[in-house]
Design a protein around this ligand. Structure first.
Ligand SMILES: O=C(O)CCC(=O)C(=O)O
Length: 242
């Protein structure tokens, strides 16, 4: 019988329809919106995943990324979403899984900017233990037109494709055949989990409301220590490291 765990191992991703309740979504939205609206407090952790837009002097962020929000909003760490996602990560990959980093990725209304195809492991240093799980939590109803996640089921284990940066320090991307990609619409409080080697992407937000996602990345405690010893805390520049 296929379980969430066996599907995650086979395909490199799974979908969980209800990770947290609407009440829990509402309390996360309050914290999330507070950080999104505070460009001063978040300045050192905040950037545009689409790359800085130098051409227009525009201050409009197309894809707002805020790394490690729990280092500013400390209450996040004890939030039930973090606890539930961690339990799932342990169930999927083992009891030694812990939170490595959290991040917010928001697509503002009508910004219509895709997050390009990539593998998260391209951003990370090479690690002897390659287990990882990223939990992408929808704080809004997400669908194709506002930028839900898309995944390509894994065929090859742990191969990292060559990635390049979008101009001006933007996201990493790779050239791939996306004909087998599957979209992952979700209701608020639903989530997906993906492995660091799984190819994923999202379309731009063409709707009149925000597309808010909170992402929690888990890996073995020993690998988190290994990263920190090398100065990796997931707040540095975007570049291929692996
Ligand atoms: O939210 C997005 O558009 C992309 C998210 C992503 O790339 C990730 O969670 O690794």
């Amino acid at each position: 019988m296929e379980t969430k765990r066996s599907k995650f191992i086979k395909d490199g991703f799974i979908k969980i329809e209800h990770l947290i309740t609407q009440e829990e979504v509402d309390s996360l939205r309050t914290i999330y919106d507070g950080l999104l609206g505070d460009k001063v407090k978040t300045a050192h952790l905040r950037s545009d995943l689409a790359g800085a837009d130098n051409s227009t002097n525009s201050r409009v962020e197309r894809i707002t990324q805020i790394m490690r929000p729990s280092t500013i909003a400390h209450e996040l760490i004890n939030n039930s979403a973090y606890k539930k996602a961690e339990q799932w990560a342990k169930d999927l990959l083992g009891e030694d899984m812990e939170l490595d980093f959290d991040m917010m990725i928001n697509k503002a209304p009508y910004t219509n900017t895709p997050t390009p195809w990539h593998q998260d492991a391209a951003y990370w240093i090479a690690m002897p233990d390659k287990r990882s799980a990223s939990c992408w939590i929808a704080l809004d109803k997400v669908f194709v037109e506002n930028g839900c996640m898309w995944f390509i089921p894994k065929t090859e284990d742990n191969a990292i494709l060559p990635h390049k940066n979008l101009p001006n320090g933007g996201a990493l991307y790779c050239e791939i055949d996306s004909s087998k990609a599957l979209s992952m619409p979700l209701n608020p409080g639903g989530c997906t989990f993906h492995d660091g080697f799984t190819l994923h992407f999202s379309r731009g937000n063409t709707t009149e409301t925000h597309r808010r996602a909170l992402i929690l990345n888990f890996r073995p405690k020993k690998m988190i220590d290994y990263e920190r010893e090398q100065g990796v805390d997931h707040t540095g520049e975007r570049k291929q490291r692996n």
